[in-house]
Design a protein around this ligand. Structure first.
Ligand code: ADP
Ligand code: 5GP
Length: 196
């Protein structure tokens, strides 16, 4: 695919603990022109998370209202919590040619593929299954039951890699982030394409 025709909407998926948030933190600093969608979730906030930056935290009742009103581009239940992408902000960024990144789970990636076939689906893979388990346990954010659910789900997520357009291996954080930035394209290219 030539640079100018790179898709403007990119989905980043991969098993829990592979390093999606860590890669996104690097992208925030190194590629500030990329707009990162802020999802809504019913999950409890982790200490390091900031409302409105990492997620919008909502009750189940509020979330169900968003679903009912059709304000979500996609949504899914993951390990006992609901997660969804607000539609309006994503559509606004795509319309103006800003490279847009959604960090969503496998079910969400499938919904985006259906709704927007031109989206680019990127799978973030661990160097090995053992390393994935080490990272998820090492993060120390989950209680034993949630950890068990996330680990059990990881094999299903790893098996879905073939549904994606591209795989980026998160071996070294900076290297993986660089590779993803290359796939996202730049706003200059997006603007140039707009005038073609
Ligand atoms: P995810 O968002 O995919 O669930 P995180 O970004 O929270 O995963 O990463 C899980 C853990 O793995 C974190 O403790 C993070 O610091 C660590 N980690 C992420 N990328 C790497 C890497 N390339 N090498 C080593 N550790 C990593
Ligand atoms: P976490 O609780 O670790 O932040 O996220 C758990 C899973 O939910 C991850 O796979 C993450 O990509 C996914 N997720 C986060 N936001 C969304 C969203 O808006 N939609 C969907 N479908 N999944 C999401």
């Amino acid at each position: 695919m030539d640079l100018a025709s790179r898709p403007r909407l990119t989905v980043l998926s991969g098993p829990s603990g592979v390093g999606k948030d860590a890669v996104i933190e690097v992208i925030r600093k190194q590629a500030p022109w990329v707009w990162i969608s802020v999802s809504i979730t019913t999950r409890r906030k982790r200490d390091y998370e900031i409302e409105g930056e990492h997620y919008h935290f909502a009750t189940r009742k509020e979330f169900e209202r968003y679903v009912h009103e059709g304000t979500l581009l996609e949504w899914a239940e993951f390990a006992g919590n609901l997660y969804g992408t607000p539609r309006g902000p994503v559509e606004a960024r795509i319309a103006t040619g800003i490279p847009t990144l959604l960090k969503i789970d496998l079910q969400g990636a499938r919904q985006v593929r259906e709704a927007m076939p031109q989206a680019q689906l990127v799978f973030l893979a661990p160097p090995s299954r053992e390393e994935l388990h080490r990272r998820l346990v090492g993060r120390g954010t989950e209680d034993p039951e949630t950890l068990r659910r996330r680990l059990a789900h990881a094999d299903e997520e790893l098996a879905a890699e073939k549904e994606f357009d591209v795989t980026v291996v998160n071996d070294y954080l900076e290297r993986a982030a660089d590779e993803l930035v290359g796939l996202l394209g730049s706003p200059v290219l997006a603007a140039a394409r707009h005038h073609l």
